[in-house]
Each structure stands twice: as C-alpha cells, then as structure tokens.
Design a binder for this molecule. Structure first.
Ligand code: NAP
Length: 220
C-alpha cells in the first residue's frame, strides 16, 4: 500500500472534484474537501461515508487551511478561478505538489483560450513558483473515474511536471485509483495535454461518446 497522503481538493463538489474525491476515498489517503458552497461539501462527505464508513474525508471551510494541512493539493476549479485561489494558497503551498487538472476551454469548447506558447499548467506554476505543479487528470472525463476500464482497456492519464519525485508521487496516486499514468515530460508538455483534452471533447461531441471516453496509447 502506498504512503498515506493528506490531499486537499479545492473545488471538491464539481464534476471532477467529486469524482476524484470518491475515487480517492477508497484509497488509504486523508481527504480535505473545499468548495464555496459548504453545504454541498458536507453533503459530499456524507455521501462518501455512506459508501465507506472508514473513508477519511473532511469538509473544510477555507481553502488556505485545507492546503496548509495537505501534502498534495488538487485544484479542481474552472481555469478562470485558478488565479484567485492560487493567491489564497500561495504561502501554504510552498514545496507541495499541486495537481493542475484544468482545461482552459472557450465557451463553446471549440478552442483553448491560452496562447500557443503557454498552458494552464505553466501559468499555475508561474503563480505558485515554489510549488511542484504537476499536470494530470485533465485528459480524463469526470465520468471515467467511476469505471476506468473503457472498451476493455484501462484509461491512461497523461502527466507532465518538472519535479521527478512529484511525477512519481502523482503516478502512484493515479495507479491507486486504477488509472494508467504515462509521464509525457516536463511541464511545457501541458500544452499538448490540454490540446489532447480539447480534441477528446471534440471527438466526444462529434461521435456522441456520452462523456465516457479517454486516451489509450496502444503498444506491445
Ligand atoms: N468535467 C470534466 O469531465 C473535466 C475533465 C477534465 C478536466 N476538467 C477540468 O476540471 C476543472 C473542473 O471542471 P468541472 O467540470 O468539475 O467544473 P464544475 O463542475 O463547475 O466544478 C467546479 C468546482 O469548483 C468550485 N469553484 C468554482 N469557483 C470557485 C472559486 N472561485 N473558489 C473556490 N471554488 C470554486 C465549485 O464549487 P462552488 O461553486 O461551491 O465553489 C465546484 O466545486 C476545469 O478546469 C475543467 O477544465 C473537467
């Protein structure tokens, strides 16, 4: 069993935050969950505990406190809200792993709003220069977390970051929730990963995948 981590999820009640929280609640980690509507966070904690009484999940009323206590922070927020939260957690996120799952999509999901020479992952690293930003889970749809096998194959989660140890820790976390981690490289690979999420969304809308789809690298 992997080392027990305290993991803060900021934006825990959203599609992704709640899906990741439910998956992680089945591992041996401790979860600190935050979103602005505290009643919804409490309801999520209740739902998690109903399914698994021994799950360690707590609703926390402040993102700074949740991040202060955490070893790993997952930002499960819309891209547009990351800057505000980054400012709130900057001091307490020093040297910690910060997982960036966001896709900076435009309103119609037809393009990214970021320039080609950057990415949401890299922008987050600039906002939090002393944290170890790792891009992960952005190419996985929320619904995939409940069943990571699609068409008989385990969904890959593509990962990028500059800190080797942090990449290994996040890969281990991905394995613990039955995803197959594939490390692409350093953080600028986030540009490709965010474009791959955009492409998956395009395929999903075009071919009616019903938001259950993922990337799989086939190999021998
Ligand atoms: N949905 C997917 O399948 C999917 C897949 C891959 C990546 N992503 C990425 O994951 C991120 C989250 O997507 P989502 O679909 O889960 O969004 P969502 O359902 O809208 O959830 C957003 C979460 O963030 C919280 N939140 C929003 N603004 C906030 C703020 N300013 N401060 C603190 N909390 C705030 C919301 O709760 P409160 O309003 O109560 O605060 C909610 O818990 C996005 O960046 C998206 O691109 C999504």
């Amino acid at each position: 069993m992997s080392t027990k981590q305290t993991i803060a999820i900021i934006g825990a009640t959203g599609n992704m935050g709640s899906a990741i929280a439910k998956s992680l609640s089945k591992t041996n980690n401790r979860l600190l969950l935050f979103a602005r509507h505290f009643d919804k966070v409490q309801a999520l904690v209740e739902e998690i505990k109903k399914g698994n009484a021994s799950a360690e999940a707590e609703a926390v009323e402040c993102p700074t406190n949740a991040s202060w206590e955490a070893d790993i922070i997952i930002l499960a927020l819309p891209y547009a809200d990351e800057k505000e939260i980054a400012a709130k957690i900057k001091d307490v996120a020093n040297q910690k792993i910060l997982i960036s799952i966001s896709n900076p999509l435009n309103e119609t999901y037809s393009a990214l709003v970021t320039a080609a020479d950057t990415s949401a992952g890299e922008q987050l690293q600039q906002l939090l220069p002393n944290s170890k930003v790792v891009k992960a889970f952005n190419t996985v749809f929320a619904a995939d977390f409940a069943n990571t096998i699609i068409d008989g194959k385990q969904v890959d989660t593509l990962i990028a970051g500059n800190d080797t140890q942090a990449l290994e820790t996040v890969s281990e976390l991905a394995r613990s929730i039955d995803l197959n981690p594939l490390v692409a490289g350093e953080l600028p690979w986030s540009r490709t990963l965010e474009n791959m999420a955009l492409l998956l969304i395009q395929f999903t809308m075009k071919y009616n995948y019903n938001w259950v789809a993922g990337w799989k690298v086939l190999h021998n």
